[in-house]
Design a protein around this ligand. Structure first.
Ligand code: NAP
Length: 262
């Protein structure tokens, strides 16, 4: 119960990793505001938290829309009275394409959710955290944001942008007690990778790029995110914690080649 008395807001928590972060935060004693684009999916996670004896509030909001993010934070304040932790998790990776085939619409869609969404949600909680005298913001980036993944141009750019945004916010908001950090996971056996987990050849080829030769168990990423929310992590600020089994130490094998799309 390392987070008893805290209120956490998790974006994109109707399923995938966001749902797991929300459940993990609740297990540590936090009251959790569960956001998702689909309000009914957010409500499912909130119900699951409550079934385990926790307290949760479900919120439907599109993180890429300013008015939605402001309404979302206002609803958390009305329902729960404070926001101590924000996990900027909502993210999409809707296509794998060579750079020359990425459309303007595809670019905007990915950047708006993955990068602008992190900016808008952080800005929306800022006055609350400033008034409270502090808070923790954890931004979910990706190993793709560190070295750039072929076939994932807007996704890689958005996740690299999240790292830069993390450092700037940490610099600017530390004076208010707001610590901002990023987590850059590699391949997780869950969330947006669920559709490929049954494709054993592809999974093996991707895992071959990882020195540990396997995808991360989702809980191996959850534990790092929870740590960053806790007292023990209070000298970590503006940092990127890489949770990729050592993959960033290796030159990447192009996904486009692995998929035979070159
Ligand atoms: P996921 O299973 O696809 O879940 C993404 C969640 O975000 C969904 O609940 C989705 O809602 C929600 N979402 C999408 N657009 C939104 C919006 N505009 N506003 C609010 N919520 C929105 O993906 P995941 O694997 O859990 O990914 C979570 C985060 O981890 C992402 O930022 C991703 O880039 C990052 N990440 C994942 C991996 C991995 O291997 N899985 C690795 C590195 C980084 P809907 O249900 O309505 O679509």
């Amino acid at each position: 119960m390392r987070l008893a008395g805290k209120v956490a807001l998790v974006t994109g928590a109707g399923r995938g990793m966001g749902r797991r972060y929300a459940l993990g935060l609740a297990k540590e004693g936090a009251v959790v505001a569960v956001n998702d684009l689909k309000a009914d999916k957010a409500a499912e996670t909130a119900k699951e938290i409550e079934a385990h004896g926790g307290k949760a509030l479900a919120l439907g909001a599109d993180v890429s829309k300013k008015e939605d993010t402001e309404r979302m934070v206002a609803e958390v304040m009305k329902g729960l009275g404070r926001v101590d932790i924000l996990i900027n998790n909502a993210g999409i990776n809707p296509f794998i394409l060579p750079a020359e085939k990425v459309t303007e619409e595809g670019w905007d869609r990915v950047i708006n959710v993955n990068l602008k969404g992190v900016f808008l949600c952080s800005q929306a909680v800022f006055p609350v955290m400033k008034e409270q005298g502090g808070g923790r913001i954890i931004n979910i980036s990706s190993q793709a944001g560190l070295f750039g993944e072929q076939g994932l141009l807007p996704y890689s750019v958005s996740k690299a942008g999240v790292l830069s945004l993390t450092r700037v916010l940490a610099y600017e908001w530390s004076r208010y007690g707001i610590y901002v950090n990023a987590v850059a996971p590699g391949f997780i056996a869950g969330g947006m990778n669920e559709p490929i987990l049954g494709k054993t050849e592809l999974v093996s080829a991707l895992a071959e790029r990882v020195p540990l030769k396997r995808f991360a168990d989702p809980e191996e990423v959850v534990s790092v995110v929870l740590f960053l929310c806790c007292e023990e992590a209070k000298y970590i600020n503006g940092a990127t914690i890489v949770v990729d089994g050592g993959m960033t130490g290796y030159p990447p094998k192009p996904i486009l080649d692995l998929l035979g799309r070159r």
